[in-house]
Design a protein around this ligand. Structure first.
Ligand SMILES: NC(=O)C1=CN([C@@H]2O[C@H](COP(=O)(O)OP(=O)(O)OC[C@H]3O[C@@H](n4cnc5c(N)ncnc54)[C@H](OP(=O)(O)O)[C@@H]3O)[C@@H](O)[C@H]2O)C=CC1
Ligand SMILES: O=C(O)[C@@H]1CCC=N1
Length: 263
């Protein structure tokens, strides 16, 4: 695969790390204006760093866009004439809808919208995908790429904003919960490193248990909550303080914000 990542920032570099560590690429072009900031990636075999988006597009078959939404349109205009019909264009841009991309470059391109999260750097991204009509013919290719770097699902484009909240922002929500658990563990007497290890591994175990068993969370919770025990005492106190409610409200606020951004 000859891949270009246009906009090697937080997400673009996370994708790059995933592609490099899984040996998924033949060549990988990474672009940003301040290319000195990513020079160290040239140490990897077949990875090239440049501030020239046109060069990256000309040297690649799959173009992944990971710039900020406000930067995207001018970049599309800039590279538009270099795009050929075999290029597969994968956007990660929040709120930038496929019809808007088509209005700039035309609809006769394989266009895929993806919503990964930063765990893509360690092969654990939950990535949601949708495509334009032509892009549907390359959705299996996109799935193959992102399945190497985690898990994928295809969704209608109208659900992309919601998917952004749950999966892309979602990783930050889960990390805040891990941090809060760590703080609780420190208060109970563990040192910070031990506390974080315990919080992270317990979180990972909970997710793995649900993924592998296919259970509903409450089925597994029932196995943990001894009658009159400490787990139900803690859980009920968390719910009195609004744990589920605050998570749901946060998710809805995040969704309202993303809908404003996408307008
Ligand atoms: N961060 C995340 O977890 C997620 C982000 N997204 C989406 O991905 C996109 C990128 O987000 P994020 O990585 O956080 O943003 P960053 O700001 O970290 O990265 C954007 C990068 O684009 C580069 N850039 C800007 N203009 C150009 C240009 N003309 N040519 C080439 N590169 C350019 C910037 O570098 P320089 O200024 O040096 O050019 C910067 O490194 C956004 O649209 C975001 O909504 C989606 C899912 C998750
Ligand atoms: O916070 C944001 O707006 C972007 C989209 C999802 C992750 N980061």
């Amino acid at each position: 695969m000859k891949v270009a990542i246009i906009g090697a920032g937080n997400l673009g570099l996370s994708i790059a790390k995933g592609l490099i560590t899984t040996n998924a690429i033949t060549t990988l072009y990474l672009t940003r204006r301040n290319k000195e900031g990513i020079k160290s990636y040239e140490e990897y075999k077949n990875v090239f760093v440049t501030d020239d988006n046109k060069l990256a597009v000309q040297q690649s078959d799959i173009i992944i866009f990971a710039v900020q939404p406000a930067q995207f349109e001018s970049i599309l205009l800039d590279i538009k004439d270099l795009l050929h019909q075999n290029h597969v264009l994968i956007s990660t841009i929040t709120g930038f809808k496929i019809p808007r991309m088509e209005s700039v470059i035309g609809s006769d391109h394989y266009i895929i919208r993806s919503m990964p999260n930063t765990a893509i750097s360690v092969g654990k991204s939950m990535t949601c995908l949708c495509a334009n009509e032509k892009g549907e013919k390359r959705i299996d290719l996109a799935k193959a790429i992102f399945n190497r770097l985690g898990t994928t699902i295809s969704i209608p484009e109208k659900q992309m904003q919601a998917a952004t909240v749950i999966c892309a922002s979602g990783i930050a929500f889960w990390m805040r919960l891990i941090r809060a658990t760590t703080q609780g563990a420190i208060q109970l007497g563990f040192d910070a490193a031990e506390a974080q290890e315990m919080a992270m591994q317990t979180c990972s175990g909970a997710a793995s248990l649900l993924i592998q068993s296919g259970s509903h969370p409450e089925q597994e919770i029932d196995k943990v909550t001894t009658p009159k025990g400490c787990t139900i005492e803690g859980l009920n106190e968390m719910e009195h303080q609004g744990l589920s409610s605050s998570l749901i409200k946060g998710i809805v606020s995040s969704y309202e914000k993303i809908n404003q951004i996408a307008k």
